[in-house]
Design a protein. Sequence first.
Lengths: 180, 234
Amino acid sequence: MTTPEDIEALILATASGDRGAFLSLYDATGAKLFGICLRVLNDRAEAEDVLQDVFLKVWRNAERYKVNGFSPMTWLITVARNSAIDRLRARKARGESLDVVADLPDGGPSPEAAAIAGSERARLVGCLGELKPDRAGAVRGAYLDGQTYQDLAKRYDVPLNTMRTWLRRSLQTLKECLSR
Amino acid sequence: MTVNPTPDKDDDMLAAEYALHLLSPAERAAFDDRLDVDGALRARLADWSERFAELADDIAAVDVPVTLRARLEKAVAAPPAFAPARQSGFSLARFFGGAVLALSIGVAVVTLLPDVRLPGALAPDFFAELATPEGTLLIAAAYSEASGELQIERSAGTPPPGRVFELWVIAEGNPVPVSLGVLPEAANAVVQVPEALRTVLPGAVLAISDEPPGGSPMEGPSGTVLATAALTEA
């Protein structure tokens, strides 16, 4: 079983140039991060390419992990998600719209992910449940699919500013719920 | 407790939008700039990032083609095996995504160096070259383990009017960069590295930031980090 402490130890060892630890980190988290890249990009070849970039970034920048205040999996997930979203936006900027509607199923957490998830977790999902389904869907769309305000406005067929107002209110409600 | 809740609330929403990647490129860049100097904002971002990461729990792991592992293995095996943090577009935001811990270590003493070289016995054994991608700043640093002295030679770049350059060390085990002092106007200087930092300096990353006179008013750099480079063995 891979605990957050294990992941952290592997990141720290990677920061000191330990190639074996780096590959162990890849073995422990690569499939999860691939799932995240694939979810955003919905294209296996592109997701694989981005995943390679993600791990090379981790190799080069692992020493930054120590000072960023994120938990180990959140740090890796953030690196993967940001890289995938950057690739998605670059694709859109080139005008190559795959017109993706993410059709990948939201499976339950893998045993590995469940093991990695800290005990503090599982509150956000509860709080999202207090929002109207479409508002919660917009938050998920932004996080999981890298949708922009423009994408979301189109998806829900509302003006851009309305979408922005909606989402900010949803975030405020979430914050209040999480602070309870 | 806060005396002015409105900006806090706005910042909190902004941090959430940043974490979701909803800000426009210009807004995102402006937020990145603020992250460089605003620890409270970094903490807000870390908080939202942790919360949102919960959504990723629902994403199933997917087997990666085995060829990728082989490619990564090859990529990291190629010498030089490890070259930390000498990159263009370095952003302190990425360094300090989250909360910053307190650390108190005395600031090093920087002395002016007349154009005198150290004797051979104390020849430096670790070097770093701090440069901006555009070549507007070029500072060479050479550290001697024997003497604990860090020689600095600035061959390009001067601080903007009314600003100074401050030298930092980002060492293993220290959550925030530790100041090695404000660099003098002269091109050459010697930094007497405090005892506490001598063991961590080899292999550590040096950074140069743009600061108000007297140096950063806060723990860690307050201004833009202009260049970073690892001190590597000669």
